[in-house]
Design a protein around this ligand. Structure first.
Ligand code: HEC
Ligand code: HEC
Length: 340
């Protein structure tokens, strides 16, 4: 008797359990913190090879210490430096930095940076980096040897490792360090709220997941709302430095670029031995050199960056997606105004 009762109990539990899974699968709800990557998987996309299925909070803390402080230790406090010269946030934000995620527009980004108190930098933000499908795109192929950059373009772990060594000029990350940086970067993945979809569109996606209809259209629609790759076009300095890019600069915007951009690294020699400040002397120096063929010309350093042989501290160039020619002229107008 007992056995039969138990068998009935067991069978009914299984039925309830099965029913629940069935209901769950068909009653998927999206909220503003639902990861975009999870929605894509619900719609049938395969997970990227850098997926981490469990969030390991210890690893997140270790990774965060490496990215924000440049320090590595298994307790996530203090530790060994990854690079003598830089931390990841010398060149990358860890917050969203574009008002519209599907467009890379440096003018809109500068405004957004000002409104949100962010620096204006050469590297693309690490926010949403795990959601991209390729890295070091466009003209970056010209900057690094093919055998170094090829693996990094299609494999996110390799992309992190390339930057740790080549951009940050530091040591290679150990496996536990790399997995920890990756764990932290997964906490910076895009959420549905970032895509600014209408309620009707969210409903359409929810319905699509729940009844498995038209999922490829929905995947395409979602992917049209953010960039799967950060585009990169290298700039050239103008043929005639006096004429410049032939655009009229706006000194107020130039000040913003100087304060949020250049000063992020050059103020008090934070990441560079070349110190920039707001003194008239500095302004005149920058104005004079702007149009000269010297290593101090802003036309030169924005387009090509700055490196010296032997010394591993260097300045990354700005791609046109990170600083427009108009913005370079805005800087020139700023130095001219402040020199008077
Ligand atoms: C000196 C500046 C600098 C430092 C320091 C730096 N990076 Fe970068 N990083 C760049 C630049 C420039 C790129 C070029 C591609 C881009 O971001 O648009 C890049 C690219 C990347 C990419 C690929 C982004 C993409 O979408 O193409 C990742 C990931 C990355 N860096 C991670 C890191 C991590 C992690 C660290 C710290 C260990 C770090 N970087 C340190 C400048 C830097
Ligand atoms: C990500 C950090 C970073 C940013 C942002 C940055 N620089 Fe640099 N810059 C450097 C580093 C590092 C060097 C290498 C020189 C050194 O440290 O000795 C350098 C070098 C230079 C040099 C050459 C100095 C020399 O000794 O010949 C100039 C000029 C310069 N930067 C101007 C600028 C201007 C203008 C901006 C803003 C548009 C800017 N930098 C933004 C890091 C940066």
């Amino acid at each position: 008797m007992k056995n039969i009762a138990f068998a009935i109990f067991l069978i009914s539990s299984i039925i309830i359990l099965a029913a629940n899974t069935f209901i769950d699968k068909n009653n998927f709800k999206i909220n503003k913190n639902t990861p975009v990557a999870e929605i894509l998987q619900q719609l049938g996309e395969t997970a990227p090879n850098h997926i981490q299925n469990e969030i390991n909070t210890d690893a997140v803390a270790i990774g965060k210490n490496i990215v924000l402080n440049g320090l590595s230790s298994k307790t996530a406090e203090g530790g060994r430096r990854q690079s003598k010269h830089f931390v990841c946030t010398s060149c990358h934000n860890v917050q969203r930095e574009d008002p519209t995620l599907s467009i890379s527009d440096p003018e809109a980004r500068l405004q957004y940076a000002q409104a949100n108190g962010l620096p204006f930098l050469q590297g693309t933000t690490l926010y949403g980096a795990v959601n991209r499908e390729s890295w070091y795109n466009g003209d970056y192929a010209k900057k690094y040897d093919a055998e170094k950059i090829k693996p990094a373009q299609t494999n996110f772990r390799e992309a992190i490792q390339l930057c740790a060594v080549e951009c940050a000029q530091g040591r290679e990350l150990k496996e536990w360090e790399l997995e920890s940086v990756l764990a932290y970067l997964w906490t910076l993945q895009l959420k549905m709220d970032d895509l600014k979809l209408s309620d009707a569109d969210l409903q359409r996606i929810e319905n699509g997941i729940n009844d498995n209809s038209q999922t490829t259209d929905l995947v395409q629609f979602i992917k049209s709302k953010y960039q799967q790759a950060a585009p990169a076009t290298f700039n050239e300095k103008p043929d005639n430095l006096q004429k410049g890019y032939g655009l009229k600069g706006d000194a107020d915007k130039g000040k913003l670029i100087y304060d949020l951009g250049c000063q992020h690294c050059h103020e008090n020699g934070r990441y560079s031995m070349f110190v920039l400040d707001d003194s008239k002397l500095t302004m005149r120096f920058m104005r004079r050199n702007f149009t000269k063929y010297t290593r101090y010309s802003t036309y030169h350093v924005t387009s090509y960056g700055y490196t010296t042989n032997g010394k591993r501290q260097y300045m990354p160039n700005y791609t046109l997606e990170r600083m427009s020619n108009q913005q370079i002229e805005d800087l020139r107008a700023y130095f001219e105004r402040e020199s008077k």
